[in-house]
Design a binder for this molecule. Structure first.
Ligand SMILES: NC(=O)C1=CN([C@@H]2O[C@H](COP(=O)(O)OP(=O)(O)OC[C@H]3O[C@@H](n4cnc5c(N)ncnc54)[C@H](OP(=O)(O)O)[C@@H]3O)[C@@H](O)[C@H]2O)C=CC1
Ligand SMILES: N[C@@H](C[C@H]1CC(C(=O)O)=NO1)C(=O)O
Length: 327
């Protein structure tokens, strides 16, 4: 059987993760990497991986079955998502939750016009955690749902800080607040504000001559990302960032606590413990690339979210094999 030909757009943490993840999927192959930087300066992990300018991607429409968009959600995907869905089947990890409805509309319009499938907001949150929030409220209509992340490195928040003028490098750790977790685990079903569930710790390397106070203010007031949280900004050196903050572990859990009709207390929980946030997210992206390819083969078009994709399409097994081997 011919393999699904994958293109990577944007070669950062996710881009590298997708390249590594392809080797774990026998039904896929890497067609190439596309970057806005000078291709000569971008070094893929494997040998003989073509790296090309993103501007040239229009010439590769017959060579790629699904593009994985690995750009940042804060300022890359809002432009790249619709532009590329017009030409290719795409999968992305767009995670600015407040902006998902408008992003869906923009990508859907482009994908329909191009006759492509574009699965947006794939990963773990949004993504697998979204699915588990849905299962929770569908199965336990009387109850409450909670999502906790970390302690770990949020790639979306780290990317958002790196886009602030004057920032040379940055990472952001998300820390769940113990009291909130204890109250939820204790079955109290508390009403918790955003600020009562997590706090955020940022480690920032400034460009030469940048104004630290202005950078700090731009971070802590940033809508959608930091404005609703207690956020600490720590300025450090480039060497310290490289030495102490290279790992990208993360994780968290979704919990639904409620009562079924006869009154019994029920708790559903889904948790992740991730040694590498990008490594895991990339694997989710590839499973949805398999589904996007199959949806296109079935004649589907337009934008989808994880709520629209039948789980069986994610598996390398056939539908019959799933019934015989996994159900
Ligand atoms: N839904 C989910 O669960 C998750 C979503 N995400 C999303 O993934 C997005 C991407 O994360 P991540 O891969 O960590 O972001 P990076 O900052 O590593 O990369 C973002 C883009 O920046 C460019 N870039 C990468 N390295 C460099 C460099 N050294 N110098 C200049 N430009 C560079 C690349 O584009 P180019 O090659 O064109 O220059 C790349 O696509 C996040 O913004 C987040 O929104 C992440 C994790 C989970
Ligand atoms: N999208 C997140 C994945 C999870 C992590 C997270 C957070 O720490 O705020 N929110 O969602 C990421 O970019 O890592």
């Amino acid at each position: 059987a011919t393999k699904i030909r994958i293109g990577i757009v944007g070669y950062g943490n996710l881009g590298r993760g997708v390249e590594s993840a392809i080797a774990q999927n026998a039904d896929m192959e890497l067609a190439g990497v596309f970057t806005r930087r000078d291709p000569a300066g971008v070094r893929p992990l494997g040998p003989d991986v073509p790296v090309r300018p993103l501007d040239a991607i229009g010439g590769f429409r017959d060579d790629i079955d699904v593009l994985i968009l690995c750009g940042g959600s804060r300022s890359d995907l809002p432009q790249q998502g619709p532009a590329l869905a017009a030409w290719f089947n795409t999968v992305d990890s767009f995670d600015n939750h407040a902006r998902i409805p408008e992003y869906f509309q923009a990508v859907d319009q482009a994908a329909r016009a191009g006759g492509n499938v574009a699965v947006i907001s794939v990963g773990w949150d949004p993504g697998l955690f979204s699915l588990n929030r849905l299962f929770g409220e569908a199965v336990l209509p009387q109850g409450a749902s909670y999502t906790f992340w970390g302690k770990g490195l949020s790639q979306g928040h780290s990317d958002a800080i790196r886009r602030v003028p004057g920032v040379k490098g940055a990472v952001q750790y998300t820390i769940p607040l113990d009291e909130a977790v204890e109250r939820v685990r204790g079955g109290e079903l508390p009403e918790l504000s955003t600020r009562e569930k997590h706090r955020r710790d940022c480690y920032v390397v400034l460009e030469e001559g940048a104004d630290a106070a202005a950078v700090q203010e731009a971070i802590v007031t940033m809508p959608d990302y930091f404005a609703d949280y207690d956020t600490a900004v720590n300025f450090i050196g480039e060497e310290q960032l490289r030495r102490d903050h290279a790992g990208m572990p993360h994780g968290g859990f979704v919990i639904r606590s409620g009562r079924t009709g006869e009154g019994a207390a029920q708790v559903m929980e889904y948790s992740l413990k991730l040694g590498s946030n990008p490594g895991f997210t990339s694997s989710v992206l590839l499973a949805y690339a398999r589904a996007a390819f199959r949806l296109r083969q079935q004649g589907s078009a337009g934008a989808k979210t994880v709520f629209d994709v039948a789980p069986g399409l994610l598996s390398p097994r056939s539908a019959a094999a799933l019934r015989e081997e996994l159900l």
